[in-house]
Design a protein around this ligand. Sequence first.
Ligand code: SF4
Ligand code: SF4
Length: 334
Amino acid sequence: MAVPLRQSVKVGGYILAQRLRRRGKYALVLELEPLFQCNLACAGCGKIQHPDHILHQRMSVNDAVAAVEECGAPVVSIAGGEPLVHPEIHEIAGELINRKRFVYLCTNALLMDKKLDRFKPSPYFAWAVHVDGLQERHDASVCREGVFDKAVEAIHEAKQRGFRVTTNTTFFSHDTPETVREVLDFLNDELGVDQMMISPAYAYEKAPDQDHFPGVEQTRRLFRAAFADGRRRRWRLNHSPLFLDFLEGRIDFACTAWGIPSYSIFGWQRPCYLMADGYAESYQELLEETDWDSYGRGRDPRCDNCMAHCGYEPTAVNETMRAPHKALLSALRR
Ligand code: SF4
Ligand code: SF4
């Protein structure tokens, strides 16, 4: 199943409007990082290694809203760090929902029981809970016991209160088609989450564990085997069919890093959410002053193993708009 109809229609209309205005580069999703502090220290994380004075900084509500309005993205993914550590995160989300942006609040779920009351269910709002595997695997991935159980509890509670709940699962080199299937079957069938996002881990230079980032070929083999037997169609994956083809290695794309820009307390990160080659003061400056041709597989060694959605989902979405028949055939694939 693809993204919700209301979101697909709005994003489709937005892309058409950009094309009519002949804009070659535009934002589809904004990765908003209103803080870098987290209440976990996962081994594969490359976001929390800043000094304390940076980790204590918080983005203001006005700054977050201004960034969303400037770039115009119809979808905002609020990440970090742990967004629920930010005391005004519910206000940031509320302001964006009032502006009819589709907000995904990415969380490790540890603070959801304390903060759930500050949010209201809305077709424009979804939780995106970090779940990397079943109990043992997830707790090992986040380097703390008991986190999987807290996440499952929080998902149940949020669903019971009428929230849309999605999940976000990162796969590493020690994952197998069986571990991918185990966790996605569990989330899809037993927990009944609304949708699931998946990603091969990106090899952050600063991550403490450098031994478990998969290469491109390994990623393709992993997803092709995991998606077989009709599971890909059965799972409620929150990705375009062509991005799933890309993960399986049925199609290859160039990176479209400007499609999912990243805005943090430092400004607009160049070139993407994963790499930090400096910051621009505005999205427009990011678009105009980044040497986009120097990034992507075969151009920058740091991009060689990247198959992350922030680079390739915008390419898949643009291709869907350009050649809808390809996306339809792909969606029907077992
Ligand atoms: S929960 Fe997310 S932000 Fe926090 S340490 Fe883990 S990967 Fe990093
Ligand atoms: S290939 Fe990946 S790491 Fe490189 S610019 Fe694109 S999204 Fe960023």
